[in-house]
Design a protein around this ligand. Structure first.
Ligand code: 58G
Length: 225
């Protein structure tokens, strides 16, 4: 998958060079191209934001640098152009899976109080929100989306990391997990996990999933899909 990111803060995306996503990029499983919108400003001071018509608080991103940055990209019928916005469709595991089937994503990250609406009207297919809160920029949401989508691309997760999707796949949260040592700071691993009785272990994990889902996310239990 190819992912172009349009941003005024390209250095923030160095976080994606670490760990599993760094390895996925080295293996050319995902190709992340970060574009600095400021490079496209036609202004002599490289200005990219301006006051809003009609007044009100703050600045918005100007349409010219954003549109010229889009025009520099190779957009095809296989491209989905996304604006990260608190007004967008809420990102969930189902939408993540759908996005992971795409060949090419373009993620526009806004800053200040937003982006001139015409730049969005001319370039954006879909607005996506990672949750009901407002952030100073769309960069962190873009990185959240890239991380969530990447782990559904074949071979991005190693065999020891893979298929760890059980939280959400059956509308249940995951059961608790334990590793060595058997006793840590006086706390024991639940004995059933050491019993070797896999029927009993599966039963215990099922009970734990129900308990934690009822406690933290009862809304998931009455969900259709
Ligand atoms: C209102 C306020 C509209 C995504 C700010 C647009 C982006 C939260 C999310 C904005 C974001 C989210 C300017 C800063 C978008 C712009 C950006 N905040 N919940 N902030 O996914």
């Amino acid at each position: 998958m190819k992912i172009d990111v349009l941003t005024l803060f390209p250095q923030m995306f160095s976080a994606l060079n670490e760990s599993i996503l760094g390895r996925a990029q080295s293996k050319n499983l995902i190709n992340i191209n970060v574009v600095n919108i400021r490079d496209f400003s036609a202004d002599k001071h490289k200005k990219c934001d301006d006051y809003t018509f009609g007044g009100g608080a703050g600045m918005v991103m100007m349409p010219q640098p954003v549109c010229d940055a889009f025009d520099s990209l190779d957009i095809t019928d296989d491209t989905l152009r996304i604006f990260m916005s608190p007004k967008g469709k809420k990102l969930d595991q189902q939408l993540v899976k759908e996005l992971s089937e795409k060949k090419h994503l373009v993620l526009l990250c806004g800053h200040y109080e937003g982006v001139d609406q015409r730049a969005l009207d001319l370039n954006i297919d879909m607005e996506i929100s990672i949750g009901d809160y407002v952030l100073t920029g769309g960069e962190l949401p873009a990185m959240v989306l890239i991380d969530a989508v990447s782990r559904h691309i074949p071979d991005v997760l190693g065999s020891s990391e893979s298929a760890k999707d059980e939280s959400f796949s059956d509308n249940m949260l995951e059961y608790p997990q334990y590793t060595r040592p058997q006793v840590f700071r006086g706390l024991e691993v639940p004995p059933v996990l050491l019993s070797g009785n896999h029927k009993k272990i599966d039963e215990w994990r099922g009970e734990q999933k129900k308990k934690i889902t009822l406690q933290n996310r009862p809304d998931l239990l009455k969900k259709e899909d």
